[in-house]
Design a protein. Structure first.
Length: 388
C-alpha cells in the first residue's frame, strides 16, 4: 500500500481565476511509497506548492482526495494528519533555544516531559545538532537553522514529511551540503518525503522519483535517470535541459521518424508510447554531439551531421559547452569534456570558427511536441505530421 495517494486533485479560486491545479481534462494524481523521497519539480506557478499545501491540509482541494496510510484525510485539518511541513522560511521561534523549538510541537501535544526530552535529543542527534540544543536561533548559520527546522518536523515522527523549497535561501555550497544531509536522513530513518523545488539539479540529486509539473498538471513521473534518458515531451526535455530541441516538418514511416528543420535533417526511432498523428520533435543531448573543424558534412550510415559556426564557448568546470549556430539558423549545444579539449583544440574553438557537428542516430531522443492544452484541437495536418 502506498503511504500517500493523491487522486484527481484540482484547485480553483473562482471561475475567472481558472485552475491553480488540474484542469478541465482532469486533476493531479500520483502515489508515494513508504520511505521514498518524491520531488515535485516545476517553474514558479506550476502548482507544486499548491499540491504540497493540499497534502498538508493548509489548502482544501476543489475536487479530488488525499489518502495517507490508506485513510482519506482530504477534509482533516493539518494537526489531524500524520504529516509535518518544513517551509522555506523555517518559521523557527527566535525567542526560544534550538532544543525548545524542536520540543515545541511535542509540548503542544501534551507529551510527557521525559519523553519530550528523549525525542528532542534523538531528533537533534539525527541532524547532528545535539551539541547546539541551548543555542538561540539568531546564533545559528543558515544551514544550522535548516537542520533545526528539519529536527522540529521529524521529532513528531510524521508518516510523511513535506518540504516546501527548504533550501532556496541557502548559498550553493550549503544547499548541496543540505541535499546530501537530506538523503542521509532518509536512509537513516526511512521517512517518506515529498520535496518541492524548481531546481532541476537539486531534484535529480536527492529524489527517488520526480513529478515534472507544468501549468497545474503533472506531465511525467519517473526516476531522474529515466527522465534524462527518455523525456516524453519537449517541455520536459527543455525544462531539464536534456538537450537541444529541434522542430520542423515531421515524416513518420513505420518505426522511424524524420524531422526537417529546413536545413538540418534528423532521424530517430518512434517511441513505443507514441500515438497516431502525434507531433514530434527531436532532442540532441549535448554530450552526444561531436564537433570538429570543417565546413563539409560527414557522410555516414549511422551518423548525421550539420555545418555551423561557433557563437561562444562556456566553461562549466567539468566541460566546455560549445554553442553553435547551424547553417539554417538553428542553435545547437555540444559538450566537450575538459580532459578532451587540448590547448590546440581550444584555439580552434573560438567564436566564428567553422565546425561540423555530428551525432549518432541512436542517440537522438524523439519526444511529443504538442502543447497539452492544444492537443485536443490538433489533427495530424495541423501538427505537421505526415505518415509515409
Amino acid at each position: 500500500m502506498s503511504t500517500l495517494r493523491c487522486i484527481d486533485l484540482t484547485k480553483t479560486y473562482g471561475a475567472e481565476a481558472g485552475y491553480a491545479l488540474g484542469g478541465s481534462a482532469g486533476g493531479v494524481s500520483f502515489d508515494v511509497e513508504q520511505g521514498e523521497l518524491f520531488a515535485l519539480l516545476g517553474p514558479s506557478g506550476c502548482g507544486k506548492t499548491t499540491t504540497l499545501r493540499i497534502i498538508g491540509g493548509f489548502v482544501e482541494p476543489t475536487s479530488g482526495r488525499v489518502e495517507l496510510g490508506g485513510e482519506d484525510v482530504t477534509r482533516k485539518p493539518p494537526y489531524a494528519r500524520p504529516t509535518n511541513t518544513v517551509f522555506q522560511s523555517y518559521a523557527l521561534f527566535p525567542h526560544l533555544s534550538v532544543g525548545a523549538n524542536v520540543e515545541f510541537g511535542l509540548k503542544m501535544d501534551r507529551v510527557g516531559r521525559k519523553e519530550r526530552q528523549t525525542r528532542t535529543r534523538e531528533a537533534l542527534g539525527i541532524v547532528g545538532m545535539e551539541h547546539l540544543a541551548d543555542r538561540r536561533i539568531a546564533e545559528l548559520s543558515g544551514g544550522q537553522q535548516q537542520r533545526a527546522a528539519l529536527a522540529r518536523a521529524m521529532v513528531k515522527r510524521p508518516g510523511v514529511l513535506l518540504l516546501d523549497e527548504p533550501f532556496g535561501a541557502l548559498d550553493l555550497r550549503l544547499r548541496r551540503q543540505m541535499q546530501d544531509e537530506l538523503v542521509r536522513l532518509k536512509q537513516a530513518t526511512g521517512t517518506t518525503f515529498v520535496h518541492v523545488t524548481h531546481d532541476q539539479d537539486e531534484a535529480c540529486a536527492i529524489a527517488d522519483r520526480i513529478a515534472v509539473m507544468d501549468r497545474g498538471q503533472i506531465v511525467q513521473v519517473d526516476t531522474p535517470v529515466q527522465l534524462y534518458r527518455a523525456p516524453r515531451t519537449a517541455y520536459v526535455a527543455q525544462f531539464l535541459n536534456v538537450g537541444t530541441v529541434l522542430r520542423g516538418k515531421t515524416v513518420r514511416q513505420g518505426g522511424d521518424v524524420s524531422i526537417d528543420t529546413g536545413g538540418v535533417l534528423v532521424h530517430g526511432a518512434v517511441p513505443q508510447w507514441a500515438e497516431p498523428g502525434m507531433r514530434f520533435s527531436a532532442v540532441l543531448p549535448p554530450d552526444q554531439v561531436t564537433i570538429a573543424p570543417g565546413n563539409e558534412p560527414i557522410a555516414s550510415s549511422d551518423c548525421e551531421s550539420a555545418c555551423g559556426t561557433i557563437e561562444h564557448v562556456a566553461f562549466t568546470g567539468s566541460a566546455f559547452a560549445v554553442n553553435l549556430r547551424l547553417v539554417d539558423g538553428t542553435r545547437l549545444v555540444a559538450e566537450v569534456p575538459r580532459q578532451a579539449m587540448s590547448a590546440g583544440q581550444q584555439l580552434n574553438m573560438q567564436p566564428g570558427s567553422e565546425v561540423v557537428a555530428s551525432w549518432r542516430r541512436c542517440d537522438v531522443i524523439i519526444v511529443d511536441d504538442v502543447d497539452p492544452e492544444l492537443a485536443a484541437g490538433d489533427d495530424a495536418e495541423q501538427a505537421g505530421v505526415i505518415a509515409a
